[in-house]
Design a binder for this molecule. Structure first.
Ligand SMILES: Cc1cc2nc3c(=O)[nH]c(=O)nc-3n(C[C@H](O)[C@H](O)[C@H](O)COP(=O)(O)OP(=O)(O)OC[C@H]3O[C@@H](n4cnc5c(N)ncnc54)[C@H](O)[C@@H]3O)c2cc1C
Length: 495
């Protein structure tokens, strides 16, 4: 069982949680024998890779899925609690226009239920002031505090409007791409709002939870692209649909936890998933492609690499990737994100008329959600620790982090928060097969100078993964969409 350095087992879970989750959920079948050849090899058994494999099998072609870990699901991860309950350490919410993940879930028998969203939200300002506000104001989940609300409205209105001129399949071709990719979100906010310290701290709380980074790390063009893709073919993206709970990306959850979708898809694949096989080399020949892991190789006509670009850059390629593609992988680091989950006998904040949702300028936890089971039989309070906060805390003692995080929760919900029955924490940056989460962080110049290489196949190598999606990029829905797109590419190319 792997334990992160310097962190106790009870307090910090990494790969260990995966094994525990697998022990209680249906295991995908192993199909090592006879895996030497397939029409297509898929690298990575996250939602993107599994979706691609499912589509290829449904088209009647053979596929082998090769996964580095001893589990499937990638950035979705259930962690079992006592009494048959579970908590979710990775992706968990879904919402309107996320049609493809919801269709996949329905197809494999995974239902949904509403995120708890009744009562007041809480805002805590930089000076420590604590305010409760209704969760159904025109600002949605964002605070209505008079110090920050005018800037929130000013910024969101402009960003939504600017995002409408960003093509979701080629943001680098936007008329203002050069201007927008030449600055950060931070720079733009300071120039186009009051730029007050309070407001900048609120934007930091938002980007830490959404991207796992600070506004100073984000290209303005990439931010606008992220807003533009928070929709679907019929509905233009908006910041509100991304950030809100009601009517937004946090509206709904999956019964049994989001990882159940991946487990179900994997269990239905005819040849299963080959686990524990990190792909280290991909060789293209005139007639096919050979994929290597330790003591293992498989041959196919085509390969789909369904992993984040920064991890795709760790694979050796023969012949080498074209320089633009290789340099793209060097420009797409993953965000920095931890989840801190405090477990209580009951969701005690509900009786106080609180929704469990917080936006705070004081970390380490600045954004929270009530992620209790649907029947409320247990109280689970989930807090995001992201960006600068995560980096500042990840090398400190887990005890210090726990004390500070519980103190945050006590400020938000009352002193009952200080005595949880259990705590589960994960730092996704410490996961070898993620190197961070929830999505890649693109700084200035990346989309403009390297973006064109994002999806273009390199010979027999095709690219999938949520970072390649044209809608809900960074989300489970984007992962599914990317898997569907890559499968269609490959099926059209197979002989
Ligand atoms: C804390 C957190 C919260 C999130 N919240 C939400 C949310 O509420 N809603 C939402 O929609 N999304 C959310 N996301 C994002 C969502 O989980 C991801 O967008 C999605 O799961 C990505 O799927 P993927 O298949 O593209 O990539 P991944 O899930 O990363 O899958 C890639 C797979 O490839 C494997 N792999 C990597 N390298 C190799 C190699 N060399 N050889 C073989 N295998 C390899 C990995 O182990 C992994 O299983 C969240 C993510 C995190 C971490």
């Amino acid at each position: 069982m792997k334990i992160q350095p310097g962190i106790t087992r009870r307090r910090f879970l990494g790969a260990a949680a995966a094994s525990a989750a697998m022990a209680t959920l249906p295991l995908p079948r192993r199909a090592e024998a006879g895996l030497r050849r397939a029409d297509v090899i898929v690298v990575g058994a996250g939602l993107a890779g599994l979706t691609a494999a499912r589509a290829i099998e449904q088209a009647g072609r053979s596929v082998a899925v090769v996964e580095a870990r001893d589990r499937v699901g990638g950035r979705t991860l259930n962690h079992p609690l006592s009494g048959g309950a579970y908590t979710e350490l990775g992706g968990m919410f879904t919402g309107p226009t996320q049609d493809r993940i919801q269709a996949l879930a329905a197809a494999v028998g995974v239902g949904t239920f509403p995120t708890y969203n009744t009562g007041n939200n809480v805002f805590v300002g930089g000076d420590g002031r604590r305010e409760e506000y209704p969760n159904n104001t025109p600002l949605g989940t964002a605070p209505v505090d008079p110090v920050v609300a005018p800037d929130i409205v000013l910024a969101v209105t402009q960003l939504d409007q600017m995002s409408q001129s960003v093509p979701v399949d080629s943001p680098w071709t936007a008329a203002s791409a050069e201007q927008w990719d030449g600055q950060t979100l931070d720079t733009w906010l300071r120039a186009n709002t009051s730029g007050s310290a309070e407001f900048m701290q609120v934007t930091s709380a938002a980007t830490e939870a959404i991207f796992g980074c600070e506004p100073r790390e984000l290209s303005l063009l990439y931010t606008l692209f992220y807003i533009a893709v928070s929709g679907n073919e019929q509905n233009a993206g908006t910041f509100e649909r991304n950030f809100n709970t009601a009517g937004g990306a946090q509206e709904t959850r999956f019964v049994g936890g989001a990882q159940t979708i991946a487990l179900q898809v994997a269990s239905q694949l005819r040849r299963g998933v080959l686990l524990g096989k990190p792909v280290s080399k991909i060789v293209q020949t005139p007639t096919g492609v050979v994929v290597y892991s330790d003591r293992f190789k498989a041959k196919a006509q085509r390969v789909i690499v369904a992993i984040p670009p920064t991890l795709a850059g760790c694979i050796a390629y023969d012949p080498p990737l074209p320089p633009l593609r290789d340099q793209l992988t060097q420009h797409m680091p993953q965000g920095t994100l931890m989840k801190f989950e405090a477990i209580y006998p009951t969701p005690f904040w509900r009786a106080k008329g609180l929704s469990g949702q917080v936006v705070s300028e004081r970390g380490p936890i600045k954004v929270t959600f009530d992620t209790s089971p649907a029947d409320g039989s247990l109280g689970i309070m989930m807090g995001f620790i992201g960006g600068h906060e995560a980096r500042a805390w990840e090398d400190r003692s887990p005890q210090d982090l726990q004390t500070a995080a519980l103190q945050n929760l006590a400020t938000y919900f009352g002193n009952e928060a200080l005595t949880p029955s259990d705590i589960v924490t994960i730092n996704w940056s410490a996961e070898t097969w993620n190197r961070g989460c929830p999505v890649a962080v693109l700084g200035p110049g990346t989309l403009l100078d390297f973006g064109a290489a994002l999806r273009v196949p390199v010979g027999r190598i095709h690219w999938a993964g949520t970072e390649t999606s044209t809608y809900w990029n960074g989300y489970m829905d984007g992962a599914v969409r990317s898997g569907e797109r890559a499968a269609a590419e490959v099926l059209a190319a197979l002989v």
